[in-house]
Design a protein around this ligand. Structure first.
Ligand SMILES: Cc1cc2nc3c(=O)[nH]c(=O)nc-3n(C[C@H](O)[C@H](O)[C@H](O)COP(=O)(O)OP(=O)(O)OC[C@H]3O[C@@H](n4cnc5c(N)ncnc54)[C@H](O)[C@@H]3O)c2cc1C
Length: 458
């Protein structure tokens, strides 16, 4: 019998296993996929020019201490997000405006003032300490900003934030969920920033998945069972048994479940989770959060003074960034196709998905039909809703009213079962840092329950 059986080898599960091991607990990790990392997935380019980050990419060295400590421990080289050049805002398919990167788009003075007022309000709310308000949890983010007097362009921008941050429309998540997310993540502006003050500052030259692979090495290959989807968890009070689809059984004193809560309902957990836990987790949703990564031979957009960043109200790409690693002659635009537009895009055939993305890139950067925009050397499209062991991203979002109603049970241990995942993290929820933070907390909970003291942080 193991002390701890960890289900899932994403960053939260890996960290939980590593912290538990460091506390002297015998640990086994059971992972459905044939790889570790979960939503951190770096795929080598056929051209040999580095890798494409199909999942998580950006980190911050000063604001995210856990992921940064690993980056240093593993000697990982980083690249700073490029800030030079003009950005583009697309308001509808036929109108675009260029603006200096990092400044609000050049809307009319009234529209600009309105956007800055509402953004300032949300930023102020997101710097307040404490739990979210019940009132704000029962109103959609869209209604919340309308009640504050948002004008159409501001309403569009808030919707774009919901799409790009969570893969949902602003009508589909509560204002409290949005504000709480910002509170846990150093405020709205830190989430949106691409410089040293924000979440999109640095990327890893050799891929973020290296962190997951190297933590797995620390845990030990023999302690991680890949290609082993779990179907049932049985809590016998004195111990717990975990069974996989191919009939393997693992026995532990405790179990740490690290899969997104939206997927708990697919497991046969006995005895059943308490009713309030089921009520909240049965209703969490995962966003439509997709990437099209378009790789070129040269960064042609820079020659015309473009930064590579664009945002669009009309889509299908709602936001894009230059994700090149010049040292490796890797030149790419990473295009997010999220929310409702991502839902629609995911229904297209692969060649249709690629065609609409290339057409939009060409339009945004004023490139002709015979230009390099239409001659990528590689294109990746990753639809996380199509991944059976992810079903969307970034992190499960609670239903309207549930964040406050079920705060006392959401993510809290049930008998011998403990829950981790980026969704539960008090810091950088939705991010790799949050996954590591939650994994650490979950393992400490288990160690305390078993009566062991964790030794070290990393
Ligand atoms: C497109 C995209 C872009 C992102 N960008 C960033 C970014 O720039 N910066 C950042 O910090 N974060 C980013 N993230 C978020 C980041 O990837 C996640 O927050 C983090 O990886 C979540 O880790 P986790 O362990 O909580 O969950 P997961 O990674 O989902 O791990 C859960 C694990 O459980 C496994 N599993 C599921 N079901 C079963 C089962 N039945 N049996 C066994 N195992 C199972 C899964 O295969 C997976 O390995 C991004 C994510 C996506 C998808």
């Amino acid at each position: 019998m193991f002390d701890v059986v960890v289900i899932g080898a994403g960053l939260s599960g890996l960290q939980a296993a590593y912290t538990a091991q460091q506390a002297g607990l015998s640990t086994v990790v059971i992972e459905a996929r044939n790889r570790v990392g979960g939503k951190v997935w770096s795929v080598p380019l056929a051209s040999g020019r580095g890798c494409a980050e199909l999942g998580a990419a950006w980190v911050n060295d000063s604001l995210q201490p856990r992921i940064w400590a690993y980056a240093q421990k593993f000697g990982m080289k980083v690249v700073k997000q490029r800030l030079e050049g003009r950005a583009v805002m697309q308001e509808d398919p036929d109108s675009r405006m260029e603006f200096p990167f990092g400044i609000s788009p050049d809307f009319s003075p009234e529209e600009k003032k309105n956007l800055e007022h509402i953004r300032g309000h949300i930023q102020a709310e997101s710097l307040k300490p404490g739990p979210p308000s019940v009132k704000d949890d029962n109103v959609s983010l869209d209604q919340y900003v309308r009640d504050l007097g948002a004008l159409p362009k501001t309403i569009g921008m808030i919707n774009l934030w919901a799409e790009v941050m969570h893969g949902l429309e602003s009508t589909e998540e509560s204002a409290a969920w949005f504000i709480d997310y910002c509170r846990r993540n150093r405020g709205l502006l830190a989430i949106r920033a691409d410089d040293s003050t924000g979440g999109q500052y640095l990327r890893f030259q050799d891929g973020a998945q290296t962190i997951a692979n190297r933590i797995a090495d620390l845990i030990g290959e023999s302690n991680i069972h890949l290609s082993s989807p779990v179907i049932s968890i049985k809590d016998h009070t004195s111990h717990i048994t975990v069974t996989t689809t191919d009939g393997k059984t693992f026995t532990g004193r405790k179990c740490i479940l690290s899969i997104p809560s939206t997927m708990y309902r697919e497991l046969n957990i006995s005895p059943r989770l308490p009713k309030p836990v089921r009520e909240v987790t049965d209703e969490t949703v995962l966003g439509d959060y997709n990437k099209a990564i378009v790789c070129y031979d040269r960064p042609w957009w820079r020659e015309q003074g473009f930064n590579g960043y664009f945002a669009s109200y009309s889509g299908p790409v709602i936001l894009a960034r230059d994700t090149s690693v010049d040292e490796k002659r890797h030149y790419s635009l990473t295009c997010f196709v999220n929310g409702q537009k991502g839902r629609d895009w995911g229904k297209l055939l692969p060649h249709e998905r690629r065609a609409v993305v290339l057409q939009q890139i060409a339009k945004i950067f004023k490139a002709g039909s015979d230009s390099e925009a239409f001659r990528p050397i590689e294109v990746f499209d990753q639809i996380w809703q199509h991944e059976p062991f992810s079903r969307g991203a970034l992190a499960p979002i609670t239903a309207m009213g549930h964040l406050t109603q079920y705060a006392s049970v959401y993510g809290k241990p049930v008998r011998n079962l403990h829950f981790v995942g980026t969704e539960y993290s008090p810091e950088w929820k939705g991010y790799m840092e949050g996954a590591i933070c939650s994994g650490e907390i979950g393992a400490r909970e288990v160690a305390a329950a078993i009566g062991q003291k964790p030794q070290a942080k990393l």
